[in-house]
Design a protein around this ligand. Structure first.
Ligand SMILES: Cc1ncc(C[n+]2csc(CCOP(=O)(O)OP(=O)(O)O)c2C)c(N)n1
Ligand SMILES: [Mg+2]
Length: 472
């Protein structure tokens, strides 16, 4: 289903169109006050945040122009230099050795069993990654992207979400899918584009989507998901305005620091801030956008500084610390839903240990030694493992058993998915529109004619229902 249709459905039923606010300028000669009055022709969900009047008082010591409120006048000329300001701190609960930094409190309000589930999910992602990367090298799949080093960000943030929250992903967030209940079979069906793939084989490998798990289908053009998430969050907010009995929900949006260079990122943050949308943006800052190191991509203080620039509550967290990431998301979700709602930005720091994708050889642009050092020094999986071992809820035998059983399950699903038929060819034409258009019907008929004319060129046995699926 197209995003437009999904959003239309989200907004229904009974939604009303909110006309944009108009701005009129009034000069009151008596008080010599310049006023900008914002009038909404239809008091929308943000009417409470409109400034009824913004005025510049005579002899005031601070600027009150409508474009910059409460800025103090100064007679010292000084250009603000961002390089002189301290970088935003990085929040962490647990250090690289698995020790709790602030041991005056329990790191999590979660049971041991839940923490073990997060650990197993991170492990599953990393084992799936190794097997699928090799499968691509053997020519058994066309493409794959691993999340090595970023499993903690995905699993930790997802563990703090409600099952009904909406998720907009980039592509390196398999951990979110797993934590939300997608199975290894679901992954394999998508990766092999077989008949059980929820996307019916229409997308590149790794571009997962699942309406059941409220995961919008991943799309390759970078950053498209960011304004979609702002829009969906706005729709969620409007839904609740029309029906306050509805459960509060947020949209979450994941993207890399490279995607944050796209115009869509800026438009999305601005609209989310000005319309007070309940969306939590999660930027995975892994240091690279394919071969472009972040140091070459921007001059500012990471992506977090941009959140502040848009008036958004922002936190930077240590992405290798699953406890910190989860806690930040719990708090961000709460903040996003409070009062009139608002967006929140989490910048989760990590290092992309892997190549960008199976199409990339990262040693062409970075030293192998640097990568090896990161692997050895810090990792979200080993960090949590060390913590669990110190707490006495994990040991070497459990590790061996977990790795062996996950590996076995992945391999079983791999070979089952690989043998399964491809989706019926008819799905190339169906679902593009609610009803198949005359053009699409003509194309489907033409495909059938071609296959019948050149039967040796097309192996129809691998497609569900063979050529029959193309009957009108
Ligand atoms: C609009 C657009 N431009 C370029 C690309 C090619 N491309 C795919 S991934 C990528 C790097 C993205 O980096 P980042 O957002 O940091 O995510 P990461 O891969 O590091 O997880 C680029 C440039 C694309 N898919 N879409
Ligand atoms: Mg990146």
């Amino acid at each position: 289903m197209s995003v437009k249709r999904v959003l239309q459905r989200l907004i229904r039923p009974g939604s009303t169109y909110t006309k944009p606010a108009s701005v009129t300028q009034h000069v009151n000669p008596a008080s010599r006050r310049l006023q900008f009055r914002y009038q909404s022709s239809n008091a929308g969900p943000d009417s409470s945040s409109y400034q009824p009047s913004v005025s510049q008082r005579h002899n005031s010591n601070s600027v009150n122009f409508p474009g910059a409120l409460n800025s103090k006048f100064t007679s010292t000329m000084s250009f603000q230099n961002p390089a002189e300001k301290a970088a935003m701190p990085t929040y962490r609960i647990m250090d690289a050795d698995g020790n709790i930094v602030d041991n005056t409190r329990d790191p999590q309000n979660a049971s041991d069993a839940e923490i073990i589930t997060w650990y197993r999910n991170m492990l599953t992602v990393s084992i799936l990654d190794i097997i699928m990367f090799d499968a691509q090298r053997q020519g058994r799949t066309s493409f794959y992207m691993v999340s090595a080093g970023e499993e903690g960000i995905a699993v930790g943030t997802a563990s703090a979400l409600d099952a009904e929250d909406l998720c907009f992903l980039q592509y390196r967030e398999q951990g979110v899918c797993l934590q939300r209940g997608m199975t290894i079979k679901d992954f394999m069906s998508q990766l092999f584009s077989n008949k059980d793939d929820m996307g019916r084989g229409r997308n590149m490998p790794v571009h997962y989507g699942s309406s059941k798990h409220k995961i919008f289908t991943i799309s390759s053009p970078l950053a498209t998901q960011i304004p979609q998430a702002s829009g969906a969050a706005y729709a969620l907010k409007m839904q609740r305005m029309m029906n306050p009995d509805l459960k509060p929900r947020i949209a979450t949006c994941y993207f890399g620091e490279g995607a944050a260079s796209e115009g869509d990122f800026h438009a999305a943050l601005n609209i989310a801030a000005t319309k007070s949308c309940p969306v939590v943006f999660v930027c995975r800052n892994n240091g690279f956008a394919i071969s472009t190191a972040s140091i070459e991509q921007y001059k500012g203080d990471g992506i977090a500084s941009r959140g502040l620039g848009y008036g958004i509550d922002t936190i930077r967290v240590d992405g290798n610390d699953i406890f910190a990431v989860r806690e930040a998301m719990i708090e961000a979700r709460k903040m996003a839903l409070e009062g009139n709602c608002k967006p929140v930005l989490i910048e989760a720091m990590s290092y992309r240990v892997s190549h960008h994708s199976t199409s990339d050889d990262s040693f062409a642009y970075r030293a192998k030694r640097e990568v090896e050092e990161w692997k050895r020094r810090d990792n979200p999986i080993t960090r949590l493992r060390k913590w669990m071992e110190k707490k006495g809820i994990w040991n070497e035998d459990m590790e061996k058993e977990a790795r062996a059983s996950i590996r076995k399950q992945v391999l079983q699903e791999f070979s089952a998915a690989e043998k399964m038929k491809k989706p019926a060819l008819r799905y190339m034409f169906e679902d593009v529109y609610e009803e198949m258009t005359p053009d699409l019907k003509a194309q489907m008929k033409e495909l059938k004619r071609l296959i019948e004319t050149y039967p040796k060129e097309y192996d129809m046995s691998q497609y569900e229902d063979g050529i029959k699926s193309l009957n009108q």
